[in-house]
Design a binder for this molecule. Structure first.
Ligand code: FCB
Length: 448
């Protein structure tokens, strides 16, 4: 049966500044925590850095043409904060603004809708030196930075996302230390969680205070549902902890103006949550225009000590992606339903979904990534099923347009629908890009 999507469904693809731009020392850009982290020995696979990445900074027109060729309806990109404010404060760096103006104008020229993420993890190093997200002082800094972009691009960008995946910023950046700035301290991760949410709120307040044309603003959360590994009460309790940390720690303050009771209790020995001041939760729960959801997998959880001293994620068995992630399209339907049932009725977007596989260019010059086609097909069907059940899903952004710098895993993992041969920077659309382009053209999935 052919599955049609609603008229105007926004099919897009996503990237992030540090993962694709390169040109880190150009255009007046300052240093970010990812420059520092990736240049610290031992932090990334093979010591890979984003210095060159996909060189999109120099290959903008080529990449825009590629998007157009693939018939993308929308492109989700992020602005590098240190291109706009090299030291995280003060007036805008003209060259930085110009670069994103060129990007946005180039999208409009090709009838592609720009979706701009203000923060996809590249905090100016100067602000990290003052405590980064553990310090409440970062909140007005972020609002100022956002205001510079509203001023420069307010009437040009219809979709604004304040933060990408604050869970990752807080818990990988300050909790496990796997990401920049590489701090390992749950108390710091909790403070960072709150200050990220408050910075989001301050950026939304600034947005509401200016004339933004038809612009709408939201936030992107990575929601990772947690299932008990076995049907017993200790696994259920452990899954509830992981769900609390990954999902409710963000959904509850944003949509219900509270932190989850069980999380206050679980982290009581680590933090008294004194960083939450009167009025904060009212600000954090102010109305949004949409919610972005990044979905990759569900966790299966058992009792253990790895997470909050009480839970452990059980590694998947069977076929996984090259990240070792479980392939679980039904999880997407369930997640979208849950958000709609329990948290909010505002429009939803899948702002990231995709997979890494061991792609290669064959002797004919093709990249036959049939695993990714299968993966996307199954997840699009899962999204369709949620829509059929009444979920207000408005669009879907495949991660990623290009193979790129996959954070601590460097260039070892390929998520693109377009293959990047890094030494030559040649772009080779994979089979999945051709397939996706057909889906977009008919706004439907073929028989299957
Ligand atoms: C998400 C990130 C994105 C990319 C994908 C694979 O957590 O937002 O930048 O790394 O995972």
């Amino acid at each position: 049966m052919t599955l049609s999507f609603p008229d105007g469904f926004l099919w897009g693809s996503a990237t992030a500044a540090y993962q694709v731009e390169g040109a880190v020392g150009e255009g007046g850009r300052g240093r970010s925590i990812w420059d520092t982290f990736s240049h610290t020995p031992g932090k990334t696979v093979h010591g890979d850095t984003g210095d060159i990445a996909c060189d999109q900074f120099h290959r903008l027109d080529e990449d825009l043409d590629l998007m157009s060729e693939l018939r993308l309806k929308a492109y989700r990109f992020s602005v590098a904060w240190p291109r706009i404010q090299p030291d995280g404060r003060g007036r805008a760096n003209r060259e930085g603004i110009d670069y994103y103006r060129r990007l946005v104008a180039g999208l409009h020229r090709r009838s592609i809708i720009p979706c701009l993420t203000l923060y996809h993890w590249d905090l100016p190093q100067a602000l990290q030196d003052e405590g980064g997200w553990t310090s409440r002082d970062v909140v007005p800094r972020f609002a100022d930075y956002a205001a510079l972009l509203y001023e420069a691009l307010g009437d040009q960008v219809p979709l604004w996302i304040t933060l990408n995946e604050p869970w990752v910023s807080a818990w990988q950046g300050y909790g496990s230390g796997a990401h920049a700035p590489g701090i390992e301290d749950d108390a710091a991760a909790l403070a960072a969680t709150h200050h990220l949410l408050l910075a989001h709120a301050a950026a939304v307040e600034a947005f509401r205070g200016v004339e933004m044309g038809n612009g709408r603003i939201g936030i992107t959360l990575n929601l990772t549902p947690a299932l008990p590994a076995d049907n017993n009460s200790s696994d259920s309790a452990a899954a509830r902890i992981v769900d609390g940390n990954q999902n409710r720690l963000f959904l509850d303050p944003l949509f219900h103006a509270r932190y989850p009771e069980d999380m206050l209790e679980v982290y009581a020995s680590v933090s008294d949550f004194a960083f939450v001041k009167d009025g904060d939760l009212g600000r954090i729960s102010a109305d949004l225009d949409f919610l972005g959801i990044n979905y990759y997998q569900r966790h299966h959880v058992t009792a253990g000590t790895e997470i909050a001293g009480r839970a452990r994620v059980v590694p998947p068995e069977g076929i996984t992606t090259a990240m070792g992630w479980r392939i679980d399209p039904e999880g997407l339907t369930a997640l979208l339903k849950r958000v709609d049932d329990e948290h909010t009725k505002i429009p939803l977007y899948v702002t990231e979904n995709g997979a890494a596989f061991d792609d290669y260019v064959d002797p004919g010059g093709r990249v036959d990534d049939r695993e990714r086609v299968e993966f996307l097909d199954a997840h699009f069907r899962a999204a369709h099923s949620a829509i059929a059940q009444g979920v207000n899903l408005n669009g879907y952004f495949v991660w990623s347009l290009l193979d790129n710098f996959e954070w601590a895993l460097g260039y070892s993992k390929r998520f693109g629908i377009v293959y990047v041969d890094y030494p030559t920077q040649k772009r080779i659309p994979k089979q999945s890009a051709r397939w996706y382009s057909e889906v977009i053209a008919v706004n439907a999935l073929p028989d299957g």
